[in-house]
Design a protein around this ligand. Structure first.
Ligand code: DHB
Ligand code: MG
Length: 249
């Protein structure tokens, strides 16, 4: 099917619903607003997650009782703030960011939001930082949020699986891209990267995943949700083509 951008009418409706639901669930406050404003004023791209999805990340982190969170892609620290707020006072969020300038803006935002003490920013190429994290052999992470270079999603996913504990949760943003991901002929490096991640996912025996398509003020996209570890022995469906472990009596 040919890809098309969302129409202005669709976008207006999705935006109206976003704003309504943000009010219902409480997906904004002065610190988060200030972060968005400062990020915009710094001339940075306004590609952070939507408020409702920021709160989703926060709730997922709480649901798994996260004490250590890995974020790949800091930008202005908006999702970082949502995630860090889910941590206990002695919890830790490590966020990877390529740009020194973005990191400086985020640092001020995180300080203003009162979560800077729980966030460690590592500036540099994410792949290098992930290699360093693995080499350091620190305690495993409970949750990883992937939201940086789409071309590198296959490597991010593999690294996240290695760095998370069994039962750890992975969320990856922007894995539908207006539907472009079904275009196998696409030369868009982001689409090629995300499709490669899906190819890896088909073969990966260490995670089980789903993808949720989303619409909203930011248009049509989606996120990957995965859990590390083998599927539950009963209840959860096994992957097609995968043999279930033998039943025990
Ligand atoms: C882009 C990146 C994102 O992480 C996002 O949420 C939206 C857009 C981009 O690179 O265009
Ligand atoms: Mg994103």
């Amino acid at each position: 099917m040919a890809q098309r951008p969302s129409s202005p009418e669709e976008l207006a409706q999705w935006t109206e619903v976003d704003r309504y639901l943000e009010g219902v669930v409480g997906a904004s406050d002065p610190a988060l607003e200030a972060t968005l404003r400062a990020t915009r004023d710094a001339g940075m791209p306004e590609i952070q997650v939507a408020p409702l999805q920021g709160k989703m990340l926060h709730l997922l982190a709480r649901a798994v009782g996260a004490r250590r969170i890995l974020e790949i892609g800091l930008l202005g620290g908006y999702s970082t703030t949502w995630l860090a707020r889910a941590l206990p006072p002695d919890g830790r969020l490590v966020s990877l960011e390529l740009s020194e300038r973005h990191a400086a803006v985020a640092k001020a935002n995180l300080a203003r939001a009162g979560v800077a003490d729980r966030v460690e920013i590592r500036v540099g190429p994410a792949l290098a930082s992930l290699v360093a994290l693995a080499a350091e052999g620190g305690p495993p992470f409970d949750l990883a949020f992937i939201d940086a270079e789409k071309r590198e999603y296959p490597e991010y996913l593999a690294a996240a699986v290695d760095l998370l504990r069994p039962g750890g949760v992975i969320v990856a943003d922007n894995v539908v891209r207006r539907g472009d991901i079904t275009d196998r002929a696409s030369a868009d490096p982001s689409v090629v990267g995300v499709r490669k991640m899906y190819d890896d996912l088909r073969r990966n025996r260490r995670i089980t995943a789903t993808v949720v398509q989303t619409v909203g003020a930011k248009g049509y996209d989606g996120f990957l949700l995965a859990v590390v570890g083998p599927p539950a022995r009963s209840g959860a469906p096994s992957r097609p083509g995968r043999r279930s472990p033998p039943a025990e009596s």
